[in-house]
Design a protein around this ligand. Structure first.
Ligand SMILES: NC(=O)c1ccc[n+]([C@@H]2O[C@H](COP(=O)([O-])OP(=O)(O)OC[C@H]3O[C@@H](n4cnc5c(N)ncnc54)[C@H](O)[C@@H]3O)[C@@H](O)[C@H]2O)c1
Length: 455
């Protein structure tokens, strides 16, 4: 059910908020509709037994989204904090088994696929072990914690023959196809600039997530959380607020820019910038954090445009997540909705000829065949169009559920996974380049031949 409305530009500005974008981006699962087919002539879909590795904030949403897909049976959840396992049972019912050891999940015959929503520093190992155990894999963004790990993941995934999906739900946004077609059709003309932003202004937005009151060495498996990363003594802040530390997270560039980059790559049909430069700092949230609370980056693409990325934890002013600027129009894109602004090619000869004597202007008008407004008499530029709003409306299922459903369908051979490893690696690599530039205070380059980051 597509709703296409025309609004006055002034009416519209201010309505498209970042928070609307963020809602469709981050909370896709909560707005998900249940579009399961209810037709007795259609055979029920085959059963898929699924294990969940990491059922914290995101894993719980993925569990809920999976429960909306017919035939999908959450069998077991694995986590390192007992409170998250108790919550998973509340969500999925007491039949759901729970464990603190992911190898117990991978060794089960009744598990076809696993959903990985552990912190970033665990992704590579969990994906590898799951593929080795013959399980289809859905792994949350950012796929890698270091750019050097991406190529292995692509290789292992291809060699496995299993269906892998990276969890950037922007790939499954309701407006994604229409926006891609619009850009491809040339409706925006030549696009030379894209701007993306995700801003927040709260302690939660700055990633100081609250620590549950029952958290202790009894309820948290600290040693397993540390895994192969540098050893620290038991620290609940590191466990629950891991995004603040380079040991487990790439900060704003890999955690948030990755969404904007994924959508830019998808809509523009590109895979990698050739140069990236960035600036960041900890301007406000200074307590025990490694990662900047504000980042700005420029990524220059060989296809002929520059992507500007910003994210701050110090202001939540609304605005579109992505804006595509073309010679014929502008597209404000929020994934769940978008607005196209027509941009007529109109010369304003009045400004530069204002200092000419009237007789000279008259001569110019004649030579150029212009009317009194100094616009062409033949083929005058078309009148300005009102902005066009595309809003897929209530019937559209949430992007997270759509993204997971696409993966489950692909496992059953009924569809193709929209975000195989290579797409996820290409997107997160831009975030890694932003961080390499930030740490070294240099422009960094992507070598498409060697698929390596260079300085
Ligand atoms: N696609 C999105 O919009 C989106 C949104 C939020 C988070 N994420 C991603 O999801 C992942 C998890 O983020 P979160 O916010 O849910 O974090 P979280 O801290 O709330 O949850 C992570 C959970 O993983 C568990 N865990 C850690 N190591 C584990 C291991 N070895 N085996 C099993 N469980 C383990 C922890 O106990 C914790 O409960 C991150 O990679 C994050 O970037 C994606």
């Amino acid at each position: 059910m597509k709703e296409e409305v025309r609004l006055n530009r002034r009416d519209f500005i201010g309505r498209t908020t970042f928070w609307a974008a963020a809602a469709s981006l981050a909370a896709g699962a909560t707005q998900a509709g249940n579009s399961q087919i209810n037709d007795s002539t259609v055979p029920p879909p085959s059963r898929l037994g699924v294990g969940f590795l990491g059922v914290g904030i995101r894993g719980t949403l993925l569990l809920e989204a999976s429960m909306k897909v017919a035939g999908v049976e959450p069998v077991v959840a694995c986590d390192l904090y007992t409170g998250h396992l108790d919550r998973a049972k509340e969500v999925a019912g007491s039949k759901l088994e729970v464990t603190g050891d992911y190898q117990q999940v991978l060794s089960r015959k009744d598990i076809d696929a696993v959903v990985i929503a552990a912190p970033d520093h665990w992704h590579k190992q969990l994906v590898k072990d799951a593929l080795d155990a013959g399980k289809h894999v859905y792994c949350e963004k950012p796929l890698t914690h270091r750019w050097e790990d991406g190529e292995d993941l692509i290789k292992w995934s291809k060699a496995s023959g299993l269906v892998t999906q990276v969890g950037s739900q922007y790939m499954s946004m309701p407006c994604a196809r229409k926006a891609t077609e619009m850009i491809k059709s040339g409706k925006l003309g030549q696009i030379t600039m894209v701007e993306g932003k995700i801003h927040r202004n709260s302690s939660t937005g700055a990633w100081y997530y609250p620590i549950p009151p029952d958290a202790s060495p009894r309820t948290v498996n600290w040693k397993r959380f540390i895994g192969d990363s540098k050893w620290y003594d038991f620290d609940l802040r590191r466990f629950f607020q891991w995004r603040l530390f380079w040991d487990y997270s790439g900060g704003l560039p890999t955690d948030l820019f990755v969404h904007l980059v994924t959508a830019t790559h998808q809509l523009m049909g590109v895979t990698a910038p050739d140069q990236v430069v960035s600036f960041g700092d900890i301007y406000r949230w200074r307590e025990y954090r490694d990662v900047p609370d504000q980042m700005t980056a420029l990524a220059k693409y060989p296809e002929g445009f520059t992507l500007k990325l910003t994210s701050t934890a110090n202001n939540g002013h609304p605005g579109p997540a992505l804006t595509f600027y073309g010679t014929e129009g502008t597209l404000e894109y929020n994934g769940g909705s978008m607005t196209y602004y027509y941009e007529p090619r109109r010369e304003d000869f009045r400004y530069p000829t204002h200092s000419w004597p009237t007789a000279t202007v008259d001569k110019f008008k004649k030579i150029m065949d212009l009317n009194d407004d100094l616009q062409p008499l033949k083929n005058p530029p078309p009148a300005t169009e009102e902005p066009t709003v595309f809003n897929p409306g209530d019937g559209t299922e949430g992007s997270t559920t759509a993204h997971m459903r696409n993966w489950y369908d692909a496992i059953r051979g009924e569809d193709k996974a929209v975000e195989p490893m290579e797409i996820g690696v290409n997107a997160v690599n831009v975030g890694h380049m932003v961080n390499v530039s930030f740490r070294n205070n240099k422009i960094v380059r992507w070598n498409p031949r060697t698929r390596k980051v260079e300085m």
